[in-house]
Ligand binder design. Structure first.
Ligand SMILES: *[C@@H]1O[C@H](CO)[C@@H](O)[C@H](O)[C@H]1NC(C)=O
Ligand SMILES: *[C@@H]1O[C@H](CO)[C@@H](O)[C@H](O)[C@H]1NC(C)=O
Ligand SMILES: *[C@@H]1O[C@H](CO)[C@@H](O)[C@H](O)[C@H]1NC(C)=O
Length: 506
């Protein structure tokens, strides 16, 4: 009884004796849980108040304005513990319990609120579509955690160590990127992103499945591989793709074949299929693949370069070029008309220091074994002095009309052709019984000395036919022989045979 009074006296009068029997300590709480910060003051009846980061919470026990905060215990027993219901991130602060009138301040207690991470989010999930052979970062994000979550990747349950981790300090967001270059074989794999922090030691995880997409893989085949020109071939374009094929486009030598849009194409081939590839382009939403092929079309020679006729001066060089294509590879042969000697097997025929005998027609012949043969003619003209062709002995019937002929066949054509015999010189027109006729033909210039009536002395002479051009002169001597000594009925016949002979000869 005595002690009770003593105690009463002490409480009422000696406030200096008040002291904390319990003080708040540093505490850690997971968000959502409740926490109590103890404060028990012995020997004090005055006002007790809590501060949060230095800010007073108020003097009443139900702490109006702080819905989840309240003071606990019996105040008469000096109990003033602060209870925080369902802790939030905002409760993370330094708390102090104060007995204002006694000038008492408790220990400054730090309340740390931990927040577990929410379920991680993997970009593109739940089925992540990736392009084959293209680098990609599989990205997992864990937000709202405090402290920021640790992130671990698993591939089909196996831990992956090469992820790149970053965190954003303010928003406590952690990101982990797992670099990968997906292969077709990765399709269907499961990648799991697991996050944890001290508020969620068991962690949370999200799994995604990989679907590896690729542009079509294409093979283009031809059936049959080797064909003759004019035959039919079938192009088959086989493709596999993920996602599915959206279309086929065909072209030949870069020119689209608009009517073809399926996985095969039948055509009648010509030689152009040997040099212009046919291509098949297959597309899906990821990309397209274009594959080309040539056809082994067999075809006879086709002229690529036509040889050009040439005219050169005597002593100069000449060259002809002719080129062909064919399949299988062709052989080439140059010959001169009238001879079977092969002068060259290459595209170009070289003729050095030509003579007038070299003029004529040359043939460039191409042979594609078993398939075909073709040739082209080209002429060489050699400019030189006149070359005269004439029969040394020509015939006529006495007292009848007679004729002597001389043909100048070389190039350039003669400026003039002069007949000299006896004391006569005649190149054109007529003189007495004699006249000269000149006829141009593709074989040359034919000069005829015509005798209106032959006399005996005409058969004694030598007739000199001389031709001139800028390269020099050419000359031939001709004699006239009496013909048809038999019956007159033969004359016409023999005359006919003379012309016949002439045409055959020239
Ligand atoms: C993946 O992330 C790393 C690091 O940020 C970056 O260097 C790389 O370029 C990224 N790769 C791709 C394909 O985005
Ligand atoms: C496919 O490639 C070839 C050769 O490069 C080209 O000529 C053709 O135009 C391409 N085809 C398409 C459909 O793009
Ligand atoms: C032929 O005639 C030409 C010119 O008239 C002369 O130069 C030449 O010597 C003659 N030839 C003969 C063999 O008489």
């Amino acid at each position: 009884m005595l002690t009770f009074y003593i105690a009463l006296c002490l409480l009422g009068t000696v406030s200096q004796a008040a002291y904390f029997s319990q003080q708040p300590q540093d505490q850690v709480v997971v968000a959502g849980q409740s926490v109590t910060l103890p404060c028990v003051i012995v020997g004090y009846r005055g006002m007790v108040q809590w501060t949060k980061d230095g800010l007073a919470l108020g003097g009443e026990r139900d702490l109006p304005g702080w819905v989840r905060y309240s003071l606990m215990g019996n105040p008469l027993s000096g109990e003033h513990s602060l209870m925080i219901d369902s802790a939030e991130l905002g409760d993370d602060a330094v708390y102090e319990c104060q007995a204002t009138q006694a000038g008492l301040r408790s220990h400054r207690a730090k309340l740390t609120v931990l927040v577990p991470p929410s379920d991680p989010v993997v970009e593109g999930g739940p089925v992540v579509r990736l392009k084959a052979h293209t680098a990609h970062n599989l990205t997992c994000r864990a937000s709202g955690a405090k402290p920021a979550a640790e992130i671990t990747w698993y591939r089909d349950g196996e831990i992956m160590h090469d992820a790149i981790y970053t965190k954003d300090g303010k928003r406590e967001t952690a990101v982990s990127m797992l670099p990968m270059v997906p292969e077709d074989s990765d399709s269907g794999r499961t990648y799991t992103c697991r996050v944890l922090n001290p508020a969620a030691p068991a962690g949370r995880q999200t799994s995604v499945t990989i679907s590896v997409q690729h542009p079509p893989s294409v093979t283009l085949s031809v059936q049959p591989q080797t064909v003759m020109e004019g035959a039919k071939v079938l192009f088959i374009c086989s493709a596999s793709a993920n996602p599915e094929i959206t279309g086929y486009r065909w072209s030949k030598g870069g020119v689209p074949i608009s009517e073809a849009n399926g996985d095969s194409l039948e055509v009648t081939v010509d030689h152009s299929y040997f040099t212009d590839p046919v291509s098949c382009e297959v597309s899906n939403s990821v990309g397209s693949t274009n594959v080309s092929t040539l056809v082994d079309v067999q075809f006879g020679p086709r002229l690529l370069t036509e040889p050009k006729p040439q005219t050169v001066d005597i002593g100069m060089d000449a060259a002809f070029t002719c080129s062909w294509t064919g399949n299988p590879p062709l052989t080439l042969a140059w010959t001169k008309q009238g001879s079977s000697v092969v002068l060259s097997n290459s595209n170009t025929l070289q003729l050095k220091a030509v003579t007038q005998e070299d003029s004529g027609t040359y043939t460039c012949k191409a042979i594609v074994p078993r398939i075909g043969v073709a040739e082209r003619d080209v002429t060489l003209t050699v400019n030189g002095p006149p070359i005269i062709t004439a029969e040394a002995t020509q015939q006529a019937v006495k007292h009848s009309k007679g004729k002597l002929e001389c043909l100048v066949g070389s190039s350039p054509p003669p400026d003039k052709i002069v007949w000299t015999f006896g004391d006569m010189i005649l190149s054109s027109g007529s003189s007495g019984r004699f006249s000269v006729q000149t006829v141009h033909s593709d074989r040359g210039v034919l000069s005829s000395l015509i005798l209106s009536e032959t006399l005996a002395q005409d058969f004694q002479l030598r007739y000199n036919c001389t031709a001139y051009n800028r390269f020099g002169t050419g000359m031939a001597l001709v004699t006239l022989e009496e013909q048809g000594m038999g019956s007159s009925c033969q004359i016409i016949l023999c005359k006919t045979s003379f012309y016949l002979q002439f045409y055959i000869f020239y």
